[in-house]
Design a protein around this ligand. Structure first.
Ligand SMILES: [Fe+2]
Ligand SMILES: [Fe+2]
Length: 255
């Protein structure tokens, strides 16, 4: 029996474990420029700056141990459970669409319409959300998610959508959508899928009912039939938006 095949003694194993844990603790977590920008600062974490504070440290290149653990092959439902800061609004909108008897594309669009906000970023959430899901859903669904960003600012009373009172409360009564939003609305108005996006607005619930009974389990089958879950795990595949899911999974990998 040579040195390599000899079973390790308990104390040797304990030393190795301790060393491993020390390295884990030394993995320094850094923030991206976007985090600082959102705090009103134009700055970034640099390796030199971080080493001044943590001499000899190595940087986190994987999961952040402070965040809920993701499975080896994550699904959309895992992101709902472990990365989306809130899903009550999405479930309420999708439940509303389900009860109104809409088709599964509309229900899925309602379920996913604000994933940009709850998982990633507020600004231009319709565009971000659409880009995240585009490789995995019917084109009509991602189109509707993208354009709800613009349509929600324009009433269509014939379709049952008034300008939301909540928006006056949120943005003030002087807010006017920017020209790119107006142009998006005008393009969408005559599009063959206009009503799919409009139905997102109609089913968008602006008053959150804390007593509404909603359950993610009610939508697992609809997601299964309409969202092409990659075999490798969502974010570990090679789709054009896989990196966005990976970033959500590992938000502070150094690179
Ligand atoms: Fe939205
Ligand atoms: Fe919404």
């Amino acid at each position: 029996m040579n040195e390599h095949t000899k079973p390790q003694s308990i104390s040797h194993q304990a030393d190795e474990l301790e060393e491993h844990m020390m390295h884990e603790l030394e993995r320094v977590v850094t923030k991206s420029t976007l985090h600082y920008l959102a705090e009103g600062k134009v700055e970034m974490d640099t390796s030199v700056g971080m080493w001044a504070k943590h001499p000899g440290a190595v940087f986190n290149m994987g999961p952040d141990p402070r965040l809920p653990k993701m499975p080896a092959k994550p699904t959309l439902i895992d992101y709902f459970r472990h990365r989306f800061a809130s899903h009550a609004h999405l479930l309420q909108s999708a439940t509303h669409a389900l009860k109104a008897g809409h088709n599964e594309k509309v229900i899925l669009a309602c379920l996913l319409h604000d994933i940009g906000v709850v998982s990633f970023i507020r600004c231009d959430h319709g565009y971000w959300g659409a880009q995240m899901i585009e490789p995995y859903v019917d084109e009509e669904v991602s189109w509707a998610v993208r354009t709800h960003q613009a349509l929600r600012f324009f009433p269509d009373e014939a379709a049952g959508y008034k300008y939301p009172d909540m928006y006056i409360k949120l943005f003030g009564d002087a807010y006017k959508p920017e020209p790119y939003i107006v142009a998006e609305y005008e393009r969408a108005r005559n599009h063959k899928w206009y009503m799919t996006s409009r139905l997102i607005c109609v089913n968008d619930i602006y008053s959150f009912d804390p007593n509404a009974k909603v359950n993610l389990d009610d939508f697992v089958d609809i997601v299964g039939r309409n969202f092409r879950q990659p075999e490798e795990g969502l974010g570990l595949d090679d789709s054009p938006s896989a990196h966005m899911w990976r970033t959500m999974m590992w938000p502070n990998r150094f690179l």
